[in-house]
Design a protein around this ligand. Sequence first.
Ligand code: PNS
Length: 178
Amino acid sequence: MRTTDTPGGIRSGANVRLMTRAVTPGSYDPVTNGHLDIIGRAAQLFDEVVVAVLNNKTKRTLFSTEERIEMLREVTAQWPNVRVDSWHGLLVDYCRENDIKAIVKGLRAVSDYDYELKMAQMNHQLTGVDTLFMPTTPAYSFVASSLVKEVATYGGDVSSLLPKSIEQRLQQRLDENR
Ligand code: PNS
């Protein structure tokens, strides 16, 4: 049976199946192996995963939005159904504008849940968009971009927490800033 893609879904014969598109939002300053764990697993569950980088001009970041996008494109190239984008403003507006039905968030520990639950409920209240929580693979449960940056700043070994190319870019940026 011939299968054709349509803008809103995938048509297979007489049946139309809606495309499931999810977003994994974040600052990604920079992307870590913990992020990739969630993105890669979400890519197995949804037709398309949009990795959305927050472009917040008032928040100081180590890497520019363009740099964070470039790094994410490089390390997610292995998943053909993952694309990288940026947004500013409310996440729910970005979801509405891009026909995204689900927000996927990784949960590292119970401490994440408190804050994430409030955001998920607020986002649902605003537009009805749902948030799905995915438990982080235990090996990454302590990994956060902020901690990785701090450890690397003082010469700690972060090689197991980031893809090699991202670790190199992090070292380079920290050296530039010294
Ligand atoms: O990687 P981070 O910084 O923990 O990601 C947090 C992020 C960017 C996903 C969250 O702060 C967010 O969605 N910000 C966008 C603004 C927004 O929609 N705020 C209302 C949340 S209820």
